[in-house]
Design a protein around this ligand. Sequence first.
Ligand code: NAP
Ligand code: GDD
Length: 351
Amino acid sequence: MTKKAFITGITGQDGSYLAEFLLKKKYKVFGIKRRSSLINTRRIDHIFQEIWLKKKNLTIFYGDLNDTSSLSRYILKIKPDEIYNLAAQSHVKASFDIPVYTSDTNALGALRILELIKNNSSLHKTKFYQASTSEMFGGEKKISLTENNYFKPKSPYAVSKLFSYWTTINYREGFNIFACNGILFNHESPRRGETFVTKKIVDGIKKVLKKKNKYLYLGNLNAERDWGHAKDYIPMMWKMLQQKKAQDFVISTGKSLSIRRFCELVCKQYGFNIGWKGKGLNEFGYVKKIQNKNLSIKINQKIIKVHKEYLRPNEVNFLKGNYKKAQKTLGWNPKISIKELIQDMIENSEE
Ligand code: NAP
Ligand code: GDD
């Protein structure tokens, strides 16, 4: 029988890839989009239109994780086999400015769905995936993090995600609901939101090369992240829900590099080398060597500057995941290298 999946956050980076993935697996896919004054379905328009023209396997409703009434109406009507809770106020820096909204969406949003599953016998077989995050660890020590490491959230975002993480486990253990946490480390793609650092760097350097901007402004260049490709990570969300027993998994690449190093790799891919001078807020990146003679930049030209606007009140300094459990149980191995990720982001960036 055709399986039904309900995706919150379907208009986001991960939601759009997951919808494509599940449609290929012949699922009927349902999702909610938020009402906004500008069109916010750019990431799914291609599948939406194709399906619309042929057979309608993808249905999108207006809805919001903060609106229990719309959630319950759709979920009770559809009775999905699987629910993927990907919707979130997902920007860590923004969460310091809008902590209450962030918590309402990220923490209570998951609880609202789990309550629906718990309280309706027609949903007793519905499986639940929660988009948990490496941010929960806090990144104070330079260690490889497993499912068993302790958490020390450093932002309203991370605190809110810790609430939904534990709620997922509580509902699994207390009410026998098939509910899993995917503890995913940073994953990027050409569909990444423009204000996350990898996309900002790829687009920002391109704007400097096209003379649209003089500089790219960044915050903390020393933070280190474990970056993978979203396309690699998405199938694991599905795989977690196909296991006999519901459990939580770290998904990562096991490698970590700094924002500074990521800038260097991006510049290299564009055809030049970047050097660094100065310290702290006075640090800047300049053109050191040019390989691609078609580029309209000059040696010693300053292109990256640090600005305090992009620093955070509290920083997660180091994240590196240990994915041994997923490797053993789910057969997970990251396939796309950081260089391939950057190449994909450069070639398919809309800027
Ligand atoms: P994203 O691109 O920011 O997408 C977030 C999605 O949530 C968008 O569809 C957004 O809608 C929707 N949304 C936000 N607030 C909502 C609300 N109140 N009601 C309904 N929908 C709402 O994030 P992503 O990178 O795809 O990440 C997906 C999930 O994984 C998030 O929960 C994130 O916290 C988590 N996560 C991400 C990473 C990563 O590195 N990408 C790592 C670990 C965990 P609009 O399109 O209208 O904004
Ligand atoms: N966004 C941003 N903009 N970050 C910057 C900048 C800048 O100009 N300059 C330096 N950074 C640093 C941040 O301080 C942080 O240490 C690092 O770059 C990564 O920032 P983001 O790309 O915003 O991602 P994040 O790691 O904070 O959060 C992302 O990954 C989490 C998983 O660990 C988001 O996708 C979260 O939703 C996700 O949970």
